[in-house]
Structure formats: C-alpha cells, structure tokens
Design a protein around this ligand. Structure first.
Ligand SMILES: [Fe+2]
Length: 161
C-alpha cells in the first residue's frame, strides 16, 4: 500500500470511530485494518529517514495520530472488551488479560504523544536531529502495536459476532 492510501484509511477510520458507535463486527474489522495501516505507514516513514521523507504525510499524521488512537481505544475498551468479558465464563484470566491490554493502550497513548512531536519536527525541518533515535522510536512503536493487534485479533475474535 502507498503511504497516501494508508493515511486515507487512518483518516477515514478516525472520523468513523469519533462520530459513530460501531457495531462490534464492523468496528473490530475496521480497527484492525486501520491500526495495521498505521503500522505500515510508520514503517514507511522510518524507512524514509533521513533522505526521503514525505513531509506532508508526516504533517497530516501529526494531526491524526493521537485522536485516531484514542478513538480506537475507546471503542475497544467500551465495546469489545466488555463483550469478551461478558461471554467468558472463567472470568479471572480474561480480566487479567483485559487489564494488560488496557495498560498497553495507556503506554501507546503516551508514546503516541512523543511520536506526534517527532512527526511534527519531521514535517517542518529539513533534517532530523538524530535520525537513528527517531527510526528506533518509530520501530519500537509499530512493532509493539503489531504484537498488540495480533494478540487482540486472536484473543477477541471468538467473542465478536
Ligand atoms: Fe487494542
């Protein structure tokens, strides 16, 4: 997918999750698709540092990143996780898993704010101050997010219908 296409998926999903109360099946699918598009876009940005940075894409993502992530977390925590918890008979282990996922969300939101600053700088400046550190930061974020999404997909899919 091209960076523009990934950004488009992210922007549309962000508006969707902020303005509607999605049904579980549709919300689950759109959230997975959009989070993976975000991971791919961040990987494309990481690969473009330092010499080939698409600054308009970075600027657009600066505006979208945090609201997008927050809107998806809200859907998952208010709709998907309660759905899984209600259907899971042996609640203990499920509750522990859900708490861990919520904690990962919190970490991602903190990380997203840092990343937003870095993307803003990329959008504005010619050369990143520390390209290696920035690449490392981007990779740390999207690799953790891919693991989170993969785990959620496997753990939650049986409860989404
Ligand atoms: Fe999540």
């Amino acid at each position: 997918m091209q960076p523009e296409d990934n950004l488009e998926i992210i922007c549309r999903a962000s508006a969707f999750f902020r303005t509607t109360q999605p049904q579980p099946v549709e919300g689950f699918a759109r959230a997975r698709e959009a989070l993976l598009a975000l991971c791919e876009l961040l990987e494309q940005i990481a690969d473009s540092i330092p010499g080939d940075i698409d600054r308009p894409i970075c600027s657009s993502l600066t505006r979208e990143l945090t609201p997008f992530i927050c809107s998806i977390h809200r859907f998952e925590e208010e709709t998907l996780y309660p759905l899984a918890q209600r259907q899971n008979g042996t609640a203990g282990q499920s509750d522990e898993t859900i708490e861990r996922l919520k904690h990962e969300h919190l970490e991602d939101r903190c990380f997203a704010e840092e990343l937003t600053e870095a993307l803003r700088e990329l959008g504005e400046r010619k050369v990143p101050q520390n390209p290696d550190a920035l690449g490392y930061m981007l990779r740390g974020f999207f690799e953790a997010m891919r693991r989170h999404v993969a785990f959620e997909s496997e753990h939650l899919r049986p409860y989404v219908h």
